[in-house]
Structures are given as C-alpha cells and as structure tokens.
Design a protein around this ligand. Structure first.
Ligand SMILES: Cc1ncc(COP(=O)(O)O)c(C=O)c1O
Length: 434
C-alpha cells in the first residue's frame, strides 16, 4: 500500500469559514484583547450547549480545572496562606487513565492525588473502586473525574457516591463536549465542569476552555481570578491571588465560529467509529465500549486487542519492543504499520499510577489499594484494569476529507485502504490473518 502523501494526523481541526469572520470582527473593532463580543457569545453558547447556567471563557481547559480546584479547595478547607496551595496535604480522588492535565491542578495546589482504577466496561473511572476508596480514605472531600475519548462512563453513579460522602465533584469533560449520559450533557454532572477547545478536540479555538457551573457566585469568582483578581477600586487593588487565564477575543472568535458545527462533527466522528467497527468485524479486537444510556461524541475511536491474540510486547519509559508472531499482534506493531503509511495512531493514555512521577502513589481498584499487595511467600496478583487497557489498546487515526470551507465527512477511500491494510496478510500488520 502506498503511504499517504500528506501525513494523516490523529485528530486535526476542521474549519468552516465563520471562524475567520469573527476573528476579523475582533480585528476590525479593535477588540484584540481578553474582552469583547466573541468572549461574551462563547460564554452564552457554551452554557446553553452544556445545559448549565454559566460558562466562564478561559485560556485552556487546564486553567478551568485549576480554578475549579482552587474554588473547591477554598470551599472545603478555607483560604490558604500566601504562597501555599489550597489543598496542601489533602488527598483527592482522581481518574487514573487520563491526560495528566486532569489532575495537574490538584498538584499545583499542593494536593495528593489518589488514583481510582478504570472500569473494564466503560474505560472510565470505576464507581465500585471509588466507593472502595471512600471506605479506605473517608476524609477525602474532592473527586476529579474525566470522560475518556468522548465516551461517557457512569458519572451519574459517581456523582451519587460523591453526594453520599459529601464530596465535591469536578468533571473534566475536555474530551466529551456534546456527549450525553441519561440525556444530560457531559460537563453538567459535576459541581464544577470544564471543557476544552484545544486544537485536537471535537471543536476548537486553536486553544481555550470553559468552566461550567450553575452557581453565579462560582462564575463571578472564577472570572475575577482569571483576570488577576482585581478588587473594585480605581487602581490595581488586590486581596487575593490572581491568574492571567482569560480567553482572548481572537481565540473566542474561532470557538464562536465552530460551535454551530458541533453536532456535525459528532456525526462525522460517529461515522468514522462505525466504519472502523464494521471494517474490523470478525477480527479479535473491540472498539471503545459504549455504556447504556450514553451518547458519545465519538471524539477518538480506539480499539483493544483480545488477550489471546496479543504477541509479546514490552515498554520502558520511552521505547517499546515486540516479538512478531503470526496470528497475533500488539499496539506497538499496529502503530508502526500506521506510521509506515504516514498515518498517526497513539497508545491509550498511560495510566497515572504507572507514570514515573507517581510510581508509588496510592491507586485504588475494586479490591482496595493496588500497592503492596503481593508477598514473596504467598502467591497473589493485583487486578489492574488501566494497565491492561494501556497494554492492549490504541487510538485510531480519524480519516476524513475536508477543505477549509466545508466538512465532507470521512474519506471513504482512505479509510477503506487503511482497514484493508490492517487486514492485509502481506503487509504483516495484523498477522493474525495468516
Ligand atoms: C482529559 C483532558 N483533560 C484536560 C485537557 C487539557 O485541555 P487544554 O489543552 O485545553 O488545557 C485535555 C486535553 O488537552 C484532556 O484530554
């Protein structure tokens, strides 16, 4: 198979033209600032789409999560002393299989993340493991939970568990904008929510994010903090720490132009997912799971190889090796094959508890703590769902045809040849056919 001439990226932006109109408006009216009509409109539309009362437009989703963490920390534990984090010494339950941005803000504020293992059926935070975590650490009062790849897990159960234990929930819906669970929008389940307009997301502003809430006090405070926390005085008066986290009116122009296309992007991503599912039918693999009563936004299609069809694969902190075996394969082999035709794939998010900086950090699964569970003299093992999905799973390239003006859907021809390539014995990628 001939490699694609132009690299096919994992998940690239799709522009439609309106973005340029709103950027130009910002330029022509000279609102080249962190104030302006585009920002106001983004806040209005973001709140409406997420079905919450208020949205605060910020420089990125990580900033939104940071301000949520700060607010939650102050509410739970009071204001911190100058130069100290608001969560110092406090444990916080966090999603384990996610991008590190989900929990970095907990660490910025001096908190101690405790990772909650992943549920096999949803690839999201496991509610059973979360309940176990509250049994072991009843003092914990904050949970940060992300939805993976736009496929919601059991956030309804997670919210109930948080309520039972009087804990606050921060929902990181960076990847899940427009997805629903029980007909309710992702980003609206937590006491605080956050969405991302990063360049690779379902819609983009090139960067940017919004904090979502139903509480006007939260929205006002976070808007204040995001613009360096000025008090009401003619001069620069400060009584608390501030941040330069506000969204730019130019970025907001891009986001404003993208929002009307959210549903269309979801439709196209769904078509990609279903095309992969159909094309890979009959092979010993499955796609990311869809939980009952959820509607994913299908942001990233991913697959997992059945255990019996995995060849040997080892990974250190930066490299991976595998031994090719006919009839078997592994993510490293498939990613290498995709790369050889100039298409991008990615491993699944490496779980946080496996990251060098958290290697001995507490991690809780359904059976309790996953640390210090084996004994040189007694046989035993630890169930680690996240590590298993990381070992056997990978994200698949999103193929599509687009021009700068219109989104014409997936490139059927390219996707066909990609799937054929994956099935082709001669190419030796999914050698299981031989
Ligand atoms: C789960 C998750 N959380 C947070 C972020 C951070 O978003 P941003 O890049 O807008 O800060 C991302 C992606 O970038 C993400 O995938």
């Amino acid at each position: 198979m001939k490699p694609f001439e132009k690299k096919v990226w994992l998940s690239s932006p799709t522009m439609h033209g309106d973005e340029l109109k709103y950027i130009t408006e910002a330029y022509d009216t000279n609102w080249m600032s962190t104030v302006g009509a585009n920002i106001n409109e983004v806040e209005r539309i973001a709140a409406e789409k997420a079905e919450v009362k208020y949205a605060v437009a910020l420089s990125c989703c990580t900033a939104a999560l940071h301000l949520c963490v700060r607010f939650a920390g102050e509410k739970l534990y009071g204001k911190s002393a100058i130069s100290h984090g608001v969560l110092e010494g406090k444990r916080v339950f966090c999603s384990d299989m996610t991008f590190n941005a989900t929990l970095n803000p907990v660490v910025y504020e001096g908190g101690i993340p405790i990772f909650i293992d992943t549920e096999e059926e949803s690839w999201n935070m496991d509610p059973v493991a979360l309940e176990k975590a509250f049994e072991l650490y009843p003092d914990v009062k904050l949970v940060v939970c992300a939805e993976l790849y736009g496929f919601p897990g059991r956030l309804d159960l997670i919210k109930k568990i948080c309520e039972k234990h009087k804990a606050l929930l921060i929902e990181d819906a960076a990847e899940a904008m427009g997805a629903t669970l029980n007909g309710k929008q992702c980003g609206s389940f937590g006491d605080f929510g956050a969405v991302s307009y990063n360049g690779n997301k379902i819609i983009t502003g090139s960067s940017g994010g919004c904090m979502l809430t139903n509480d006007i006090e939260v929205a006002n405070k976070i808007r204040k903090w995001s613009t360096q926390a000025r008090e009401n005085a003619a001069w620069y008066q400060h009584e608390e720490i501030g941040y330069n986290y506000r969204m730019s009116n130019v970025v907001a122009g891009v986001v404003r132009g993208q929002y009307p296309y959210l549903e269309e992007h979801i439709k196209q991503k769904k078509a990609v997912y279903e095309r992969y599912k159909e094309g890979l039918k009959g092979l010993p693999v499955s796609m990311n799971p869809i939980v009952d009563n959820t509607k994913p936004n299908y942001w990233l299609s991913a697959m997992i190889i059945d255990k019996d069809y995995m060849c040997k694969q080892v990974r250190d902190d930066s490299k991976a090796l595998y031994i090719h075996e006919d009839g078997k394969t592994c993510p490293t082999e498939i990613l290498k094959a995709l790369s050889s035709i100039n298409a991008e794939g990615r491993p699944i998010w490496k779980p946080m508890h496996m990251q060098p900086m958290y290697r001995m950090h507490e991690c809780i699964g359904r059976d309790g703590s996953m640390r210090c569970r084996t004994n040189a003299y007694i046989a035993g093992s630890v169930v680690d769902v996240g590590a298993d999905i990381f070992e056997r799973g990978l994200c698949l390239v999103v193929l599509k045809n687009y021009t700068s003006k219109e989104y014409t859907g997936i490139g059927e021809k390219e996707l066909e040849s990609c799937i054929n390539m994956q099935e082709s014995r001669g190419f030796g990628i999914l050698g299981w056919l031989s």
